[in-house]
Design a protein around this ligand. Structure first.
Ligand code: CMP
Length: 139
């Protein structure tokens, strides 16, 4: 089925001028950008977005990293969008990511791993709604 997922191009990637490179890989994987904006996340916004990781030892560093520069938030549409996006992103840790994936190609470290993608349809809907109003999404 055609579904949607949520993606973030993280500060390590925007800093290196990789918004186009990452987006090209997403598009070539069969995903369509149906909403996109470049934002500077606030600390509160990043803490809320990553609330499920609040008790993890890397939480504070993760929030600092995510507000260290601009990010590009996107809603992506395609056949089985969540899985399709996760496949093209590759493993969270670029050291474990397969050849040809975004993280293998571009990521610097497990923290500065260039992209975020939703892990389920349920979370995709929550994450899209966290950053986009319905009228900002044009399918
Ligand atoms: P993301 O998909 O955005 O979700 C949580 C993020 O935490 C993850 O990608 C990584 O960038 C970051 N992170 C930093 N350290 C770790 C770690 N040890 N395990 C998992 N995620 C980590």
């Amino acid at each position: 089925a055609v579904t949607r997922t949520f993606s973030i191009i993280k500060p390590d990637a925007t800093r290196r001028n990789l918004t186009g490179g990452v987006t090209k890989m997403l598009e070539e994987a069969g995903l369509r950008v149906v909403a996109s904006k470049r934002i500077q996340m606030t600390k509160e916004q990043a803490e809320g977005f990553y609330a499920v990781h609040k008790e993890r030892p890397f939480f504070n560093d993760l929030v600092s990293f995510m507000i260290s520069g601009p990010v590009v938030v996107q809603a992506l549409e395609g056949e089985d969008a969540v899985k399709r996006n996760r496949d093209v992103m590759g493993a969270t840790n670029p050291a474990d990511a397969a050849e040809g994936t975004i993280r293998k190609t571009y990521a610097e470290s497990i923290e500065a791993n260039s992209v975020h993608g939703s892990d389920s349809d349920e979370n995709a809907a929550i994450e899209i709604a966290y950053f986009f109003k319905p009228e900002e999404i044009v399918g």
